[in-house]
Design a protein around this ligand. Structure first.
Ligand SMILES: Cc1cc2nc3c(=O)[nH]c(=O)nc-3n(C[C@H](O)[C@H](O)[C@H](O)COP(=O)(O)OP(=O)(O)OC[C@H]3O[C@@H](n4cnc5c(N)ncnc54)[C@H](O)[C@@H]3O)c2cc1C
Ligand SMILES: *[C@@H]1O[C@H](CO)[C@@H](O)[C@H](O)[C@H]1NC(C)=O
Ligand SMILES: *[C@@H]1O[C@H](CO)[C@@H](O)[C@H](O)[C@H]1NC(C)=O
Ligand SMILES: *[C@@H]1O[C@H](CO)[C@@H](O)[C@H](O)[C@H]1NC(C)=O
Ligand SMILES: *[C@@H]1O[C@H](CO)[C@@H](O)[C@H](O)[C@H]1NC(C)=O
Length: 506
């Protein structure tokens, strides 16, 4: 198998230990280049996107380059926990799909452990009654769904298999070192115009065209989209598939909390974590390759941080407070807005009467999703388990005090809390600018990754799909792009017809 010398990351090395991988990288990185490596690179944001970028940059460039990661809040970003009774619970991104290869590699390389789910049934509530439920037993599940929804279930299942199979091509492309300068190019390389069309048309249209029934869309698809993205079935089909895939496989999380991946990656990358709010990026006018400075909050008059040979913006530009100074032509501001979702962690007694179960002992569900019923003030409520599950852990019944997570578009009022819970001990709400508001960008082109030479933007990928793995894929893409641009290897960038190319390379 022919492979470029720098492609020594987890994808290529499979089960190698992190240390071994790092050693291989150091030796190859040192010999791979004609010119010197960059001396300083800045990453803005220490969520999974920024920390994975730092990790991949270190792999590609070796030990010499200085990696500064700027973070205005907590490492982890949208991966964060809240504490109830000395136990931590995920308040942001919580579950990972079985086929999310980068996330899996991180967990393996960092020596972290998987946390598997604790089984429990999910129901769908329409504001009046429970209209659908998922069973513990998959076969029974299929039969029941078949009876109620005809062939819709199987049609969606097959569609998702096809989308996932094409999506998985990204790992092969990245293992071979190919990178893309825009999210549009990346999506196109995976699934051609079929995939691009899926980023521009509503999920409901795509499903109806497949022959999926309106009833299945209303009662099964819409509740899952409400759970994952707080929005309706008019979101683009591509992000819809990302969302449905998550409802459709073995899911896992990281023992001790997902944010531990970010902490581990930054450490393994030997990055300098700078606790500062970046307010602007500014080009430095030099004779050679362009360089950039960063301005930091409270230090406008002081010396700006820089000069960086490359800058990676690994935060949604919407709401980040980062502006672009002295660029000609000006860098366009990011289009679209983010959708607010509130995650409320409640320790208390669920009001099962609300769902038609006056006796909480008879309430069989661990979670309840909701349809687009007009009067509902919450998207979902589910009993949750801590980030570290002891061997004897069991999910509590609804007649016991338990910890629940509620997703809602607005902060819950006291009235609403009292409707949903018979009583409670504690309430902790986290207000997220959670993911793109997909309706607002319908028809728009997907964002660029390369904003200017050596200036990159990671979070545009969220307009194709917002998930931990999407940020990890974008991080690997950017690290490759930084590397190729630095080394003038344009044949590895935006290559057309990659599927064919890679077949012949193998
Ligand atoms: C409630 C909720 C549930 C979710 N559930 C899931 C799930 O189950 N599975 C899944 O895969 N995904 C889920 N997601 C999505 C997932 O959490 C995100 O896609 C992912 O964490 C984004 O990571 P990121 O690093 O790209 O961005 P972020 O995590 O947002 O990181 C950006 C970082 O940049 C910092 N920053 C911003 N501006 C500046 C500045 N000017 N200067 C310095 N630092 C700055 C921020 O403080 C932040 O730490 C969920 C998201 C939410 C909100
Ligand atoms: C890439 O090209 C630029 C401009 O031509 C040159 O200055 C630089 O040294 C080249 N880098 C490498 C690694 O060859
Ligand atoms: C994508 O949409 C365009 C324009 O509507 C159409 O011509 C093309 O056939 C579509 N591609 C696929 C694969 O469906
Ligand atoms: C629980 O739900 C029922 C049915 O909607 C409602 O009548 C009641 O007020 C709610 N609250 C409590 C504390 O039971
Ligand atoms: C779905 O949401 C969009 C905007 O987010 C809205 O314009 C549209 O009317 C909604 N559709 C339905 C069927 O509720």
């Amino acid at each position: 198998m022919r492979r470029p010398p720098w492609s020594t990351d987890g994808d290529a090395c499979g089960g190698f230990s992190f240390l071994l991988t790092a050693l291989v990288v150091l030796s190859s990185a040192a010999t791979a280049q004609d010119g010197a490596p960059p001396s300083k690179i800045a990453v803005v944001g220490a969520g999974i996107g920024g920390s994975a970028t730092a990790h991949f940059l270190r792999q590609h460039f070796g030990p010499e380059v200085q990696l500064d990661v700027y973070e205005k809040g907590q490492v982890g970003g949208r991966l964060a926990t809240v504490t109830v009774n000395n136990n931590q619970y995920e308040a942001g991104g919580s579950v990972v799909h079985a086929l999310n290869m980068h996330m899996q590699d991180f967990v393996k390389q960092l020596g972290l452990a998987y946390r598997r789910g604790v089984s429990g049934k999910t129901a769908v509530f329409d504001g009046t009654e429970v209209i659908a439920e998922e069973s513990d037993w998959y076969l029974l599940d299929l039969l029941r769904l078949w009876w109620r929804y005809g062939t819709s279930f199987i049609r969606v299942h097959m569609w998702l298999e096809e989308v996932m199979e094409k999506f998985m091509r990204i790992y092969k492309y990245q293992a071979h070192g190919y990178a893309f300068t825009s999210v549009e190019e990346l999506v196109d390389s995976l699934g051609g115009s079929g995939f691009l069309n899926m980023t521009r048309r509503p999920l409901s249209d795509s499903l109806l065209e497949l022959g999926v029934s309106q009833r299945f869309i209303d009662e099964v698809i819409a509740p899952i989209i409400r759970l994952n993205y707080g929005q309706n079935v008019s979101i683009p089909a591509f992000v819809g598939a990302v969302s449905l895939a998550s409802a459709h496989s073995n899911l896992w999380a990281v023992e001790g909390g997902n944010k531990r991946v970010c902490e581990g990656l930054l450490k393994a990358a030997n990055a300098n974590l700078v606790n500062a709010h970046v307010t602007a990026v500014r080009p430095l006018h030099t004779d050679g390759a362009p360089q950039y400075q960063l301005l930091l909050a409270g230090e406008e008059e002081a010396t700006p941080a820089g000069a960086y040979d490359a800058v990676v913006l690994a935060t949604p530009l919407q709401g980040s407070g980062v502006s672009f100074l002295d660029f000609t032509p000006a860098v366009e501001p990011a289009a679209g807005t983010y959708h607010g979702t509130v995650a409320t962690v409640v320790h208390g007694y669920l009001n099962t009467s609300l769902f038609g179960f006056p006796d909480p002992r008879l309430f069989p569900y661990a979670g309840v999703l909701t349809t687009e019923a007009p009067a509902l003030f919450f998207n979902s409520v589910a009993s949750v388990y801590p980030v570290s599950v002891s061997p004897g852990f069991r999910r509590k019944g609804a007649h016991e005090a338990a910890v629940y997570k509620v997703f809602s578009p607005e902060v819950l009022t006291k009235e609403q809390l009292k409707t949903l819970f018979r009583s409670y001990y504690s309430v902790q709400a986290t207000e997220w600018q959670a993911y793109p508001r997909y309706g607002s960008a319908a028809g728009a082109a997907l964002p660029p990754v390369e904003l200017r030479p050596h200036l990159y933007y990671l979070n545009g990928v969220e307009w194709a799909g917002s998930a931990m793995e999407m940020s990890a894929v974008a991080a690997k893409n950017i690290a490759l792009l930084v590397y190729h641009r630095w080394n003038n290897q344009s044949h590895k960038v935006d290559h057309k017809d990659l599927m064919h190319r890679i077949k012949t390379e193998l």
